[in-house]
Design a protein around this ligand. Structure first.
Ligand code: C2E
Ligand code: CA
Ligand code: CA
Length: 404
């Protein structure tokens, strides 16, 4: 999906559409100025002048009517294009209740528009829709979302993303056994956007597919580079998968080719899926996990203990590792319940032949408590944040361990 598809630039005086045209697109003004008007020459009547952040042309998204007014650029103007397919794609990703409500609203609006365009005052109607849009409380959030999505597609093409590696250490000797790959977005001005902000937006469009492919290829490339520099270390690499990637037909072909191209053994990859993903769609998850297993990769349940899923899935799913959520670890310094939970999870995992990783360890005492409670691995700022490749290699050279 090219970034250009969603962007359009108009020269001063250029007409975007005319009254009576068909059309399946709405627009957001990024920069410049657009005039909306009805009639021609003598009968021409201006409805609105629109600038940055204004949305217009949305009527045709409500079911392909003809345009009720014309739009012309008054100066050089850049627009983000929201087309019908895009809206459909986003609606598919939306919560079913929202989808239903939206369809009802769209159908009612369509009736209203038809009634009004048969009568008089279509121009007024156009203006009132514009006012309504600017009054909407959702507007800022929607615009932010749209801009971030647009910027992400470009950023992927321009190479603004980096993969950083956070060490995962054995708690009994604090030696590095592997890394978790965490994506970083560093804008050209040096500012950073947190993955907690952009991953959920990428997940709502097909952008997560391309981003996921990039993450898989980069992960394998990083492992191969670590091997080249430190042949004996053989760390594993954990990488995060999103629920939406389960629908990506290219997921496995990309995994297979990335492994083949780099010669990395699949056993050194650990695919992390969150417990909440399992809770949402256990059957789809099972299918996916079986394919991951068949490939030879290992599986981790991320954020374990926060997803409210039934423990019975642990018997059904071919899971290798449980990652105890950070919230349990930070509570270790507080009431004794947290320690009991951490200990119980470590015992449960051992019973089931799985390993445990404690996430978000920030202090020596948390590391010692987790080790005493039987947790196998730790990850957190106590050892290191996620590091760029060179720093990760240096960390591994100092703190790695040759034997598996
Ligand atoms: P996560 O998978 O649970 O990743 C762990 C997060 O905890 C990371 O935040 C990491 O930097 C942070 N962290 C690690 N140690 C500590 C610690 O000691 N204390 C505290 N307070 N935080 C710690 P980050 O990198 O901001 O990632 C946030 C989330 O974004 C991740 O949560 C994951 O859900 C998502 N994410 C990050 N990278 C990727 C990626 O490559 N692919 C996908 N699908 N999701 C990603
Ligand atoms: Ca993770
Ligand atoms: Ca986690």
């Amino acid at each position: 999906m090219g970034a250009e598809r969603h962007r359009r630039t108009l020269a001063p005086g250029e007409t975007l559409f005319r009254e009576g045209d068909g059309g399946h697109e709405a627009y957001v003004v990024e920069s410049g100025c657009v005039e909306i008007f009805t009639g021609e020459q003598a009968t021409r009547r201006s409805i609105a002048r629109l600038g940055r952040d204004d949305i217009f042309g949305e009527m045709t998204l409500l079911g392909g009517q003809t345009r009720l007014a014309s739009a012309v650029a008054l100066e050089t103007t850049t627009l983000i294009v929201v087309n019908h397919d895009y809206l459909e794609e986003r609606m598919q990703a939306a919560d079913p209740l929202l989808r239903h409500l939206l369809r009802v609203v769209i159908a009612r609006n369509r009736d209203n528009v038809q009634r009004m365009s048969n009568g008089s005052g279509t121009g007024d109607h156009g203006a009132s829709v514009i006012d309504q849009a600017s009054a909407s409380a959702d507007r800022q959030a929607a615009l932010h979302h749209l801009r971030l999505e647009q910027a992400m597609a470009t950023a992927l093409e321009l190479g603004e993303f980096q993969l950083h590696l956070q060490p995962i250490v054995r708690l009994h000797d604090h030696r590095t056994a592997g890394f978790e790959a965490l994506i970083r977005w560093i804008r050209p001005d040096g500012s950073r956007v947190s993955p907690g902000e952009f991953i959920p937006i990428a997940e709502q469009s097909e952008l997560i597919y391309a981003m996921g492919h990039w993450i898989i290829r980069e992960s394998c490339r990083h492992l191969a580079e670590l091997d080249r520099r430190l042949p004996g270390a053989q760390p594993f690499l954990s990488l995060n998968l999103s629920l939406r990637q389960f629908d990506d037909p290219q997921l496995f072909p990309v995994l297979e080719s990335a492994l083949a191209d780099t010669g990395i053994s699949p056993r050194r990859l650990r695919l992390e899926i969150t417990e909440s993903m399992i809770a949402r769609d256990a059957d789809a998850t099972l299918l996916l996990l079986q394919r991951c297993k068949a490939l030879g990769a290992k599986l981790s349940v991320d954020d374990f203990g926060t997803g409210y899923s039934s423990l019975s899935y642990l018997q059904r799913l071919p899971v290798d590792t449980l990652k105890l959520d950070r919230s349990f670890i930070s509570d270790l310094d507080g009431p004794p319940a947290a320690a009991r939970i951490v200990g119980a999870v470590a015992r449960l995992a051992r019973e089931l032949g799985m390993e445990t990783v404690a996430e978000g360890i920030e202090t020596p005492s948390q590391a010692a408590r987790c080790r005493d409670l039987g947790v196998d691995f730790g990850q957190g700022f106590h050892w290191s944040p996620a590091l760029p490749l060179d720093a990760a290699a240096a960390y591994l050279a100092q703190n790695g361990q040759a034997e598996p």
